[in-house]
Design a binder for this molecule. Structure first.
Ligand code: SF4
Length: 655
C-alpha cells in the first residue's frame, strides 16, 4: 500500500482522539539535533471543524483485536485497515517537522498481538525518532493492560503519556467493551504518576535526572456513548486530576461510526463536549468549585448557555462586580472576562480608574460582561463618575515641535534621548516615512545614533522593567501611524524629565500601548505556527509570509533554536526583507524574492511531502462538525496564500 493511502487511513482512524495538545514541556535544542519543545505549545493550523492541529496524530495501525463498541477501529467494524512501519512514521514526522507543519508526534495504535507487543512497537518507533536527533514534542498513548516496564520506558522517551479512561463509570465500560476494565487503565496511569513524582523528588537532590513524561499525563472521556450525566463526568475528572495528577482530561463527543447495529447509542449534541470543556476550565483555572458550576439538582450543563453565564444568573446577589475594587477571584467570575483580561484589569487599575471603554481594549467581551459589572462610563450611566483628569488630552501647542526620525527603532530611541537632553521637549515624534505636515510645525530631523539609542534602551529596562521595555519594542513593530508619539508619550509620563513634576501615566495611553503590543505579539505567535518551509535544495528551506505587522524580529529566536541544523530563509513579502539563517547566525536582509509559482516547481521529494501534508490535513477533519465561521476566525484567510494545506494541490497547479 502507498504511503499516501496509509496516511489517509491511519490519520482518519486517529482523528477522534482529541488529546493532542503540545504544551507543558521544555526541551531545548542542543544545536546538534532537530527541534525543541516549548511550554506553551504551538497551533500549526486549524481544520475546517475548528480544531487545532499541533501534532502529527497517527495510529501505528488500525488493526485491533479488541472490540470496543464506541470505537471506529473495533475488530467487528468493516473498514480499510493499514499499518505503518517505524521507519515510515519517523520519516513522516521529520519531513513534516522540518517544514514547520507540526510541533511533534502523537502516536497511538490499535491492539495487535497483545497490549505489550503493541506498546513495544510504539516505543521502538519513538526510540528510532529520538536516535535521529529529534527533540520535538512526542505524545505517546499507553494501551490499557500495558506492563509497568513498558510504561516506564515510554515515560523516558515521550513528553506526555496518556491512557484513555474512555467511559465515566466502570459499569458502562464493561457494557461497551469486554476487554477493558478500570484497573487496566488506572494501573498504567498510576505507574505514570509514580514516575513523574519520583523524577520530581530525584531532581531536588540530583542535577541530571532523565526526564519522565515532563508534560505530564492526560486521558480522554467519551461523552454520550453511555447515560452518565455531566455531574458524574465532572466529578470523575476532578478525582482523576487530584488522585492521578492529570494535566488534562479531554472530552470527546461520541460519534457513531461504522456498523449502526453495534454502536453504543445516538450521537450527543456536539455542544455538550464544548460545555464540558468550559466547565472543566472554570474548575481548574478560574477557582470555581464543581457545585458552583453544576449543582447536583441540575446534573447536566445548560447547552444554551456558557457555564459561567449560567452561574452568574443563578447568583444575582454576587453581581454587579466593581472592576475597580473587586478582588481578582470575583472579577474572574464575570462572564466575558478571561484570565488574561482579569490580570490586566488588576494590574492597570493601579494607574487610574478603569472605565467601560477601557475594558474592550483590554480584551473583555463587553457585550457579555455588561450586565454583571460596575465601572465608570457604563452605557446606561448608572455608575458614571467624571472622567479622570489624567485621561484628558494635553492642550495642543500652537507651534508644535516635531522630531523626525529615519523610521528605525534606533531612530526613535535617539529622538527620546534628545527629548530628555534638550531644553524643549518635542510634542511629537514622527518617522520620515509617515510625516504628517502641520501648517505651523517646527520640524527637527534627528540623526540616529547607536550609542544614544543603546543608553535609552538600557534606561528603559531600569525604569520600566523587561516587560515594559519589551511592550514598547512590540508596539513599535506594529508600524501603526502615530505609534512613535504614543511610545514617546508613554515614556515621558512614566519617566518624567529632570526638574519636571511627575504627571502620572494616563491609563488610556498605557492601555493603547499594551493593546498594540498584544496584537503584534499575537501575530508573531500565530506566525510561529503558520510559517511553511519548502525545501529548495539539500538542507535549504524557504518560507514566505505576509504578516500584518513586522514580526520577523519577534519570531527569529524561535526558528533559530528550533531549526538549528538546517539553513533557512523566512521572507516577509510585504516588507520585502527576510531572515537568513546560514546554520550559525541569522541576518535580516532586504530581499526581493519571486512569488510562489513564479519560480521552478518543487522537486519530487518536496512535492510528495506537500501532497502528504494536504492529505493529512483533510483526513483529520471531521466533516460533520465543520464550522466555517470558527475556522476562518482561527485561521484567517489572509494567511492562506502561504499555507501548504490551503494551496491548490500540486497535481492541479498550472505548470
Ligand atoms: S482497543 Fe483502542 S483501538 Fe481497539 S477497539 Fe478499543 S478503543 Fe478502539
Amino acid at each position: 500500500m502507498q504511503i499516501e493511502d496509509k496516511l489517509s487511513i491511519l490519520a482518519a482512524a486517529a482523528k477522534y482522539d482529541v488529546s493532542c495538545a503540545s504544551s507543558g514541556s521544555r526541551r531545548s535544542n542542543t544545536g546538534r539535533g532537530l527541534g525543541n519543545a516549548i511550554p506553551a505549545g504551538v497551533c500549526h493550523t486549524f481544520t475546517e471543524d475548528g480544531r487545532c492541529v499541533s501534532l502529527l496524530k497517527l495510529l501505528f495501525t488500525n488493526f485491533c483485536i479488541f472490540d470496543c463498541a464506541y470505537c471506529v477501529n473495533r475488530r467487528s467494524n468493516d473498514l480499510p485497515r493499514a499499518a505503518f512501519t517505524p521507519a515510515e512514521i519517523v520519516r513522516l514526522t521529520i519531513d513534516f517537522y522540518r517544514r514547520n507543519y507540526i510541533e511533534g508526534l502523537f502516536l497511538s495504535s490499535g491492539v495487535v498481538g497483545s497490549p505489550d507487543e503493541t506498546m513495544e512497537r510504539l516505543i521502538r518507533t519513538v526510540t528510532d525518532l529520538r536516535r535521529q536527533g529529534f527533540n520535538g514534542y512526542v505524545h505517546l498513548k499507553c494501551v490499557p493492560h500495558t506492563s509497568r516496564r513498558l510504561v516506564q520506558a515510554a515515560g523516558r522517551l515521550a513528553d506526555r503519556l496518556s491512557v484513555n479512561i474512555e467511559l465515566p463509570t466502570e459499569e458502562s465500560l464493561r457494557k461497551l467493551t469486554r476487554e477493558k476494565t478500570y484497573a487496566s487503565v488506572l494501573t498504567p496511569m498510576g505507574v505514570i504518576r509514580e514516575g513523574i513524582e519520583e523524577t520530581r523528588e530525584d531532581r531536588k537532590r540530583l542535577r541530571h535526572v532523565p526526564a519522565f513524561a515532563p508534560a505530564g499525563q492526560s486521558t480522554q472521556l467519551i461523552v454520550g456513548a453511555s447515560p452518565e450525566s455531566d455531574h458524574t463526568i465532572l466529578h470523575l475528572s476532578d478525582r482523576l486530576y487530584r488522585q492521578q495528577a492529570l494535566k488534562r482530561v479531554y472530552y470527546s463527543a461520541y460519534v457513531p461510526v461504522g456498523d449502526i447495529a453495534t454502536h453504543a447509542g445516538a450521537a450527543p449534541p456536539f455542544k455538550r463536549e464544548n460545555r464540558l470543556y468550559q466547565a472543566d476550565w472554570l474548575i481548574r483555572l478560574y477557582g470555581f468549585s464543581i457545585d458552583e458550576v453544576i449543582p447536583s439538582a441540575a446534573p447536566n450543563l445548560d447547552l444554551t448557555m456558557d457555564p459561567k453565564d449560567a452561574f452568574a444568573r443563578r447568583h444575582p446577589q454576587l453581581f454587579p462586580v466593581d472592576v475597580n475594587s473587586a478582588d481578582r477571584e470575583m472579577i474572574l467570575r464575570v462572564p466575558g472576562i478571561g484570565i488574561r483580561s482579569a490580570n490586566r484589569i488588576v494590574n492597570l487599575r493601579r494607574r487610574g480608574r478603569i472605565r467601560f471603554e477601557h475594558l474592550k481594549q483590554m480584551g473583555v467581551v463587553v457585550t457579555r460582561a455588561l450586565p454583571f459589572i460596575r465601572c465608570d462610563g457604563l452605557p446606561d450611566a448608572r455608575w458614571t463618575v467624571p472622567y479622570s483628569a489624567t485621561a484628558i488630552a494635553p492642550p495642543v501647542a500652537l507651534t508644535p515641535l516635531v522630531f523626525v526620525t529615519d523610521s528605525s527603532f534606533d531612530g526613535l530611541l535617539t529622538a527620546i534621548f534628545e527629548a530628555y537632553a534638550g531644553q524643549t521637549p518635542p510634542d511629537a515624534i514622527q518617522p520620515d516615512s509617515h510625516v504628517q505636515q502641520g501648517l505651523f510645525d517646527q520640524r527637527v530631523t534627528v540623526v540616529t545614533d547607536g550609542a544614544k539609542a543603546a543608553r535609552v534602551w538600557k534606561g528603559l529596562k531600569r525604569c520600566l522593567g523587561v516587560e515594559g521595555r519589551q511592550a514598547i519594542a512590540e508596539a513599535f513593530l506594529s508600524g501603526n501611524a502615530g505609534v512613535e508619539t504614543l511610545i514617546y508619550t508613554y515614556v515621558r509620563e512614566r519617566i518624567p524629565r529632570p526638574n519636571s513634576s511627575p504627571s502620572g501615566v494616563s491609563l488610556s495611553v498605557t492601555i493603547r500601548l499594551d493593546q498594540l503590543a498584544r496584537k503584534v505579539r499575537e501575530e508573531a505567535r500565530r506566525l510561529e505556527g503558520f510559517v511553511r518551509f519548502e525545501q529548495t535544495g539539500k538542507g535549504r528551506y524557504l518560507a514566505r509570509i505576509a504578516p500584518r505587522y513586522d514580526v520577523l524580529p519577534l519570531i527569529r529566536h524561535h526558528f533559530e533554536s528550533r531549526f538549528a541544523d538546517q539553513r533557512w530563509i523566512i521572507y516577509d513579502t510585504v516588507r520585502q526583507y527576510g531572515l537568513v539563517f546560514d546554520g550559525r547566525t541569522t541576518r535580516a536582509l532586504p530581499l526581493n524574492m519571486a512569488e510562489p509559482g513564479a519560480g521552478s516547481r518543487p522537486d519530487a521529494d518536496e512535492s510528495l511531502c506537500q501532497r502528504l501534508w494536504q492529505r493529512y490535513y483533510h483526513a483529520v477533519n471531521i466533516p460533520t462538525r465543520n464550522h466555517p465561521r470558527l475556522h476562518r476566525r482561527l485561521l484567517p484567510r489572509r494567511y492562506w496564500a502561504y499555507l501548504t494545506e490551503k494551496l491548490i494541490p500540486l497535481s492541479r497547479r498550472p505548470i
